[in-house]
Design a protein. Structure first.
Length: 148
């Protein structure tokens, strides 16, 4: 019974932690916008959330007919695959990857400040929404427990 009450809270708690990690990665990209040779990093939030919540990749989009090999993240053979990288000592492939650059840079920096700022703001708004949802859910459960 208690699992049904706290299950959604665990899911949104995981989402909150992942949003915070993505915010740090985006902030790092913005901070290194002028660093020669810096490679911007980003990751797929949905895939990371499925892994964190234990859902696996069951909800992921299936590649189209004739698509590249599994694991490249493309849904059409004309798409450019986003190269995944190994992160840390684990053997599991991480969801973090190099961000694809829109315009080449002479110094090798791949940060697109406009895209990074937009992603930063979007992630901040989603973080705040998740936080408000958690707060509301906790208040609702507390009200139910207190009989209000």
């Amino acid at each position: 019974m208690i699992d049904k009450m706290i299950g959604p809270l665990n899911f949104h708690g995981s989402a909150l932690v992942l949003r915070a990690q993505r915010q740090r990665d985006l902030a790092s990209n913005i901070a290194n916008a002028d660093t020669p040779g810096y490679v911007a990093r980003d990751w797929r939030f949905g895939q990371a959330l499925r892994q964190a919540s234990g859902m696996g990749s069951g909800l992921a989009l299936r590649p189209a007919e004739g698509a590249h090999a599994a694991g490249t993240g493309v849904t059409d053979p004309r798409h450019i695959p986003l190269p995944a990288i190994q992160h840390g000592a684990g053997t599991d492939q991480d969801t973090r990857a190099y961000a694809l650059q829109a315009e080449p840079s002479l110094d090798g920096n791949t940060v697109d400040l406009d895209r990074e700022r937009a992603s930063f703001v979007d992630n901040a708004v989603r973080y705040e929404a998740t936080l408000r949802f958690l707060d509301s859910s906790a208040k609702t459960m507390l009200g139910a427990i207190q009989g209000q």
